[in-house]
Design a protein around this ligand. Structure first.
Ligand code: C2E
Ligand code: MG
Ligand code: MG
Length: 682
């Protein structure tokens, strides 16, 4: 049986056998003693009965008073356990008996003969014998020392047997109860003991599987197993420490304490898996120090090591938010930039790295210049496996070296080209601000039913000296990323406000001026004071202004948007949500935002009334604006048909080429002077 192969089973079995044997022996001995005691007692009883009888029977025997003898026997015969009584003369003839019916007979059976002979041969007054479960005692009846007969009493041991049977039964019951109780108690003890042993053996098995996080519950108490349990847990802790050191050493570079190639590839693998699920990009930057060998050769390895440590610390402190910085060996480092939404920002990081390393490094009061070359590969474009991405970043790094070092290169030509363009564009944008190359255009917003002008949107343009007029779509995203948008928007705001004030002063009615702002702008600490100052400077009233923020930006961080937009609305400036319908608004936040107007994105306007889906979406946005008591305007309205559909469905405010393209201030000025109604039905 399987149970008896376990310690628990064996212990229980031994306890069961020993317990039953001992209990059996004890009970058996007890019954035996009781039997002996009761037999003695019966004999004593028989002896005293027979003595009583022999003295009381002497007189009636001598007088041959058979009636008195009979009465005497009846009295004694009624006593318990008495089976038979005989009173005989010296010849053995029966004078009286109990039960009656033996008168004058002589008992010739072997036992009776043996009893009489026994009495004679011993020369004593009485003789006793046990046979067939009976106690047989004979005694002479004497008068004046002369025997005149015998009296014999035979007693049965029925009462004794009954009591012994009862005792045996009870004994057996006690044995069973004691065994059950004993085994149960033993089972409890054994279980407590073996459950802890089982825990220990399972934990040990886990250790062999290299799971060093095993934990057994604390064994309280002072018994051997408890002590062993505590010692085991201590052993696991120190083993864990030891193994984790070992593991750290296996995964980290000893000199710089950065992750090594092994851990780097592991982390890259995780980043790839993560990006695969989220559909994002991962960039791998391979950094190699320029002319490091010369430092090593001329200044020695100790200085070389110091340089490497210094570079590692510098990268670590400047790129806290980057997931992994590793030293791959020698003077090679590598970075992972995880969860990239757009690839463009990688070049910003690469550039920062190149610039950072251009600073001199001070070691032993000596200034050293260590530049670097960087190669970049992007998942999934340049490879889907960690090893491939690293290899391609490495080969891109060689390209950077061959291009003259102190620079970075993407693995794909295309990316390098884009990165270069980006860098050039950024520099251009800065220059454009200095040279005041930005222009503000104005696009009319009209009431589609009355044809009256209600306002205009200020839209920025870049008057590039070579490229001509550049659309904001081309430069706004980079301006937002680099933060230049803050300066650009402030320029547009100031220009727009000045223009508005001028029109008002000239008695024209330009309506409300809508200004596009990014959340980045609104988050500036000085934004509110700057806005107030600008209004004071230009003489522009808050009620003439409306700020537009795109739905996408608002919903990226709605809590924050609620906070800053509240501050703006307190000034009395209107707020509109631009490109509405593209940004997955949460209705809960929409209700809390202090906005006045929703601007239906032009992508939904383009296909109405032909496209059923767009018709449904536009209808839903209009219904939403009504239920939230918000104004509604549609942008990108180019045709009469679109306008009619919108006005018929409750969206009266219209912006689009139908009423006018974004135009220079001079053109708008002329329109304001000439037109009172912008579009009349023909
Ligand atoms: P937006 O704020 O949604 O502006 C509407 C865009 O739709 C403008 O493009 C406008 O020229 C164009 N548009 C207007 N009516 C029509 C039409 O009937 N048909 C078509 N196809 N297009 C129409 P634009 O001027 O190229 O500006 C693009 C985006 O750049 C703007 O979208 C806005 O998000 C941003 N932007 C423009 N100026 C500024 C600015 O000064 N600051 C900031 N932060 N963003 C600006
Ligand atoms: Mg806008
Ligand atoms: Mg828009």
């Amino acid at each position: 049986m399987k149970l008896f192969r376990t310690i628990k089973g064996r212990l229980l079995l031994s306890i069961l056998v020993i317990h039953s044997l001992l209990m059996g022996l004890v009970i058996h001995d007890l019954i035996d003693r009781q039997h002996h005691f009761m037999t003695q007692q019966l004999l004593r009883k028989a002896t005293s009965f027979v003595s009583l009888l022999s003295s009381n029977a002497a007189m009636p025997m001598q007088n041959n008073d058979l009636t008195a003898l009979g009465d005497l026997l009846k009295d004694v015969g009624a006593l318990p356990d008495v089976s038979m009584i005989f009173v005989m003369d010296t010849d053995g003839r029966i004078r009286a008996s109990y039960p009656e019916g033996y008168f004058n007979q002589t008992l010739t059976d072997t036992v009776s003969v043996k009893m009489l002979k026994g009495l004679e041969s011993t020369g004593k007054d009485y003789y006793e014998s046990n046979h067939d479960g009976l106690t047989d005692v004979i005694r002479s009846i004497k008068i004046g020392g002369q025997a005149i007969g015998y009296c014999r009493i035979i007693m049965n041991n029925a009462t004794m047997a009954g009591e012994l049977t009862l005792l045996t039964r009870q004994g057996v019951l006690y044995i069973i109860a004691a065994i059950v109780l004993g085994v149960f108690l033993a089972w409890l003890v054994v279980r407590q003991m073996t459950s802890r042993i089982t825990m220990l053996s399972e934990a040990t098995a886990q250790l062999t599987e290299k799971n060093f996080d095993v934990k057994i519950p604390e064994f309280k108490g002072e018994d051997e197993i408890s002590k062993m349990g505590r010692a085991f847990q201590l052993m696991v802790e120190s083993l864990k420490l030891y193994v984790n050191k070992l593991a750290y050493r296996a995964d980290h570079d000893e000199l710089t304490e950065l992750p090594n190639r092994r851990l780097f590839l592991d982390r890259l693998d995780q980043a790839i898996k993560h990006a695969e699920r989220s559909g994002r990009h991962v960039a791998v930057l391979f950094i190699d120090l320029d002319h490091f060998k010369e430092i090593n050769d001329s200044l020695g390895h100790l200085i070389g090591d110091q340089v490497l440590i210094h570079v590692a610390r510098m990268i670590q402190t400047h790129f806290r938010d980057i997931d992994t910085i590793a030293r791959l060996g020698g003077d090679e480092f590598s970075l992972i930039i995880d969860s990239l939404e757009g690839i463009e920002s990688v070049s910003t990081v690469a550039e920062k790295l190149v610039t950072l390393l251009q600073h001199p490094i001070c070691i032993d009061k000596r200034e050293l210049y260590v530049t670097c070359s960087i190669g970049i590969s992007i998942y999934p474009n340049d490879g889907e496996l960690p090893e491939n991405l690293l290899r391609n970043a490495d080969s891109a790094m060689y390209k950077a070296k061959s291009e003259g070092r102190n620079s970075y290169q993407f693995y794909t030509e295309d990316m390098t080209q884009k990165a270069l363009e980006r860098v050039a564009l950024e520099a251009d944008l800065r220059r454009a601000l200095e040279r005041e190359e930005f222009r503000v255009y104005y696009q009319p917003q009209v009431n589609g039913i009355s044809g009256q002008l209600i306002g205009m949107e200020a839209l920025v343009r870049w008057q590039h000296p070579e490229l001509g007029l550049v659309s904001p779509v081309k430069f706004i995203p980079l301006a937002v990323e680099t933060g230049l948008i803050i300066l650009i928007d402030r320029f547009v705001m100031r220009t727009g406000m000045m223009q508005l004030k001028q029109w008002h002063d000239e008695g024209l009615n330009p309506g409300i001026l809508a200004l596009n702002l990014t959340i980045k702008q609104l988050k500036q600490d000085d934004f509110i004071s700057m806005l107030q100052e600008m209004m004071e400077d230009t003489g522009c009233l808050p009620k003439w202004l409306e700020l537009e923020v795109t739905e996408g930006e608002v919903m990226q961080n709605p809590e924050q948007a609620v906070r800053v937009l509240k501050q703006v609305s307190v000034l009395g400036i209107k707020l509109a949500i631009d490109d509405f319908g593209t940004g997955y608004s949460s209705l809960a936040y929409l209700k809390r935002l202090p906005v006045d107007k929703l601007k239906i994105d032009q992508s939904f306007v383009r296909e109405i009334p032909g496209d059923e889906e767009d018709v449904a979406i536009v209808g839903a946005i209009i219904a939403l604006s009504k239920s939230l008591h918000l104004d509604i305007i549609a942008e990108g309205v180019e045709t009469q048909e679109q306008k009619e559909f919108l006005t018929a469905n409750g969206c009266e405010q219209i912006q689009g080429y139908l009423y006018g393209r974004p135009m220079r201030a001079e053109d708008m000025d002329q329109m304001l002077r000439e037109k009172t109604v912008w579009f009349t039905e023909t």
